[in-house]
Design a protein around this ligand. Structure first.
Ligand SMILES: Nc1ncnc2c1ncn2[C@@H]1O[C@H](COP(=O)(O)OP(=O)(O)OP(=O)(O)O)[C@@H](O)[C@H]1O
Ligand SMILES: O=C(O)c1ccc[n+]([C@@H]2O[C@H](COP(=O)([O-])O)[C@@H](O)[C@H]2O)c1
Length: 217
């Protein structure tokens, strides 16, 4: 049932606010996103990263809000619940930990996560569209210095992403796809562009096709 406009945000369950556990040496992909709503494109990119980068798990970091997006996303509890329902994979973990860390910018979030889970080999994952604006993120160079960055191909960004300002600046650290299996163990900065099956899905398109109960009847 659709939530009435103006309803108070639902509470995020405590288990979803805690940072997941990981052991030193484990390889964890961090996939930050609005997930508003989550879709199979998120799942496709996550499963490809799990397999190609030989990750132990991918954590979906459902953000309280992308600092570059003016539009506020749907409430966090709903997005987390939807992401959990969609992920359905033993190695994909959905977390709202960024909200409890009370960080707004990814560089700050990742600094905290690295400090809280010493010895874990984290990789920052993002779709190719985000690489195009990565140079506009706060302290993006700090992110690249903190952990290897893996970019997954996405329709509309296949050819533009490698020419994005951040991609040019990271070009000297680009690792060929044939070395993907050892990528998570590399000392940052390291950057890889993964190609594979692409999904045309986007949250923007899904929001546009969402029907109100009145329109659906
Ligand atoms: N179809 C897709 N293929 C590859 N990566 C994707 C795809 N959809 C989203 N991503 C990546 O997933 C991460 C989270 O994206 P997000 O939750 O904003 O979804 P989105 O579909 O891009 O949403 P929106 O249309 O609202 O911007 C980003 O790194 C984004 O690049
Ligand atoms: O830190 C920043 O400056 C920054 C700017 C834009 C986006 N991000 C993060 O990038 C991730 C993807 O965002 P989105 O909205 O494209 O799903 C999400 O974790 C955001 O918080 C971070």
């Amino acid at each position: 049932m659709t939530k009435p406009a103006g309803a108070a945000p639902a509470a995020v369950p405590a288990r979803a606010l805690a940072l997941p556990k990981a052991s030193p040496g484990q390889r964890i992909g961090l996939f930050g996103g609005s997930f508003d709503p989550p879709h199979d494109g998120h799942r496709l990119a996550s499963l490809a990263a799990l397999r190609r980068l030989r990750l132990d798990a991918v954590w979906w970091l459902v953000t309280p809000g992308n600092p570059l997006k003016a539009r506020a996303p749907a409430d966090l509890a709903r997005r987390i619940a939807a992401a959990e329902a969609l992920a359905r994979h033993p190695r994909i973990r959905v977390t709202g930990a960024e909200a409890s860390l009370a960080t707004r910018y990814t560089a700050d979030t990742l600094s905290r996560i690295v400090a809280m889970r010493p010895g874990v080999r984290f990789v920052w994952l993002m779709g190719a569209d985000n690489l195009a604006q990565f140079h506009r993120w706060r302290d993006w160079g700090k992110i690249a210095a903190l952990m290897p960055v893996a970019v997954y191909d996405r329709p509309g960004s296949t050819f533009s992403a490698p020419n994005a300002p951040a991609a040019r600046l990271l070009a000297a650290y680009r690792v060929p796809e044939r070395s993907a299996a050892a990528f998570a163990g590399r000392r940052p900065p390291a950057f890889i562009f993964l190609h594979g099956p692409r999904s045309p899905l986007s949250s923007t398109a899904l929001r546009a096709t969402e029907k109100s109960p009145r329109a659906a009847s």
